[in-house]
Design a protein around this ligand. Structure first.
Ligand code: NAD
Length: 310
C-alpha cells in the first residue's frame, strides 16, 4: 500500500512510518514540525527515515486542507496521528484546532484526493474514570479538554467518513512509551531529570495505574489496523499489563543506575486514577498482541536516552 502518515515526525508517527516501511509499504510522511516541543527532537525522529527507500517527507500543516489534498493523491490510506497531545498544556481552542479541526481537514482532503481509507489516532483519555479493563463500547466521559477533543474528533470522523464514503478505523492508544517518547511525558521527564541531575516534578502519589504501551507494539497495531481493520471499528491499543507509575520509575531507575529527586505535587483531576484496556477486539480482529513487557520496553527507552546524551 501507499500510506500517508500525518504527524510523521512525532513520537508515535516516526515509529509507525518505520514499521510500515518494514512491512513493505510506501510512506508519505506529513508534518508541520509544530512548536509544541522542539524541532530538533522531531528532526532526530525522522533523521533515518529521510534517507529510507520508499519514504517521502512533506512539511505541511494539515489544517491547510487545500494544500494537503495534492499530497494525498494516489494514497491508499491516511494514518492521522497529527494532533495536540497531552492533557495539561492547552486551551479548549488549542485542543479543538489540534485534534478536531485537523481531523475534519484530513477527511476533507482525503475525499478530494480520492483516498478511501483513514485511520484516526484517539486516546484512552476519552474514557475518563474507569475500573478494570475497559472495552471499546464503554461510555465516553473524558476528564480533560484533551479527552473531550479526542471524543469530538471521533464523533466528527464517524459522521464525515460516512457522508464522504471513506472507510474509518479508530485506535485508542493507552499511554505510549519507548525510545523518542515525547519530552512532556512522565518517563521521558524522569529519564531527563535522572541524566541531567535535576529534580522531577511528580503529580500525585505515584500509585496511579496505567496500561503502558510500548511504542513498537502500538506501531504494529497501527500497521495491522491500516491493512485490515474493519470499516467503522474502534480498537483499544494497550500494553495489557497495567502497572503503577512508581513501579515503572523503579524499573527505569534500575536501568539508568540513578534516580532523580522527586518534587511531589498534588494529583491533577484531569488524570484518571487508573487506566486499563480490554484488548479482546484487537486480538480477535487484527490478530494483534502486545509483545513487549514493561521492563524490556523501559530498558530500550533508557538505553536510547542514555546514548543520546553520550
Ligand atoms: P507528538 O507530538 O510527538 O506527534 C504529533 C506530531 O504531529 C508532531 O510531530 C507535530 O509536529 C505534528 N502535528 C501536530 N499538528 C499538526 C498539524 N496541524 N499539521 C501537521 N503536523 C502536525 O505526539 P505523539 O505522542 O506521537 O501522539 C501522536 C498521536 O497519538 C496524537 O494524536 C496523540 O493525541 C495520540 N495519542 C498519543 C498517546 C501517547 O501516549 N503518546 C496516547 C494516546 C493518543
Amino acid at each position: 500500500m501507499r500510506i500517508g502518515v500525518t504527524g510523521a515526525a512525532g513520537f508515535i508517527g516516526s515509529h509507525v512510518c518505520e514499521r510500515l516501511l518494514a512491512r513493505g509499504h510506501e510512506v508519505v510522511g506529513i508534518d508541520a514540525f509544530t512548536r509544541f516541543y522542539g524541532r530538533e527532537l522531531k528532526e532526530a525522529n525522522v533523521a533515518a527515515l529521510r534517507s529510507a527507500p520508499g519514504f517521502e517527507l512533506v512539511e505541511l500543516n494539515v489544517l491547510d486542507e487545500t494544500g494537503l489534498a495534492p499530497a494525498l493523491i494516489g494514497l491508499d490510506a491516511v494514518c492521522h496521528l497529527a494532533g495536540r497531545p497531552g492533557v495539561r498544556r492547552g486551551t479548549t481552542e488549542v485542543y479543538a484546532a489540534g485534534n478536531v479541526q485537523t481531523t475534519a481537514a484530513v477527511l476533507g482532503a482525503a475525499h478530494s484526493a480520492g483516498v478511501r481509507r483513514v485511520l484516526l489516532a484517539s486516546s484512552s483519555s476519552v474514557y475518563g474514570r474507569t475500573d478494570g479493563r475497559v472495552p471499546e463500547h464503554a461510555p465516553l466521559r473524558p476528564l480533560s479538554e484533551y479527552g473531550r477533543s479526542k471524543r469530538a474528533a471521533e464523533r466528527l470522523a464517524r459522521v464525515e467518513a460516512a457522508a464522504l464514503g471513506i472507510e474509518l478505523v479508530v485506535l485508542r492508544y493507552f499511554t505510549v512509551y519507548g525510545p523518542r517518547q515525547r519530552p512532556d511525558m512522565a518517563f521521558a521527564r524522569f529519564v531527563d531529570a535522572a541524566l541531567g541531575g535535576e529534580p522531577m516534578r511528580l503529580l500525585g502519589d505515584g500509585r496511579q495505574v496505567r496500561d503502558f504501551t510500548y511504542v513498537g507494539d502500538a506501531a504494529e497495531a497501527t500497521a495491522l489496523a491500516l491493512e485490515s481493520g474493519r470499516d467503522g471499528a474502534t480498537f483499544n491499543v494497550a500494553g495489557g499489563a497495567p502497572a503503577t507509575l512508581a513501579e515503572a520509575f523503579s524499573l527505569l531507575a534500575h536501568e539508568l543506575g540513578r534516580t532523580p529527586e522527586l518534587e511531589r505535587l498534588p494529583a491533577d483531576g484531569r488524570d484518571p486514577r487508573s487506566t486499563g484496556a480490554d484488548l479482546t477486539r484487537a486480538r480477535v480482529e487484527l490478530g494483534w498482541e502486545p509483545v513487549t513487557a514493561l521492563p524490556d520496553g523501559l530498558a530500550l527507552q533508557a538505553a536510547h536516552a542514555a546514548a543520546a546524551v553520550g
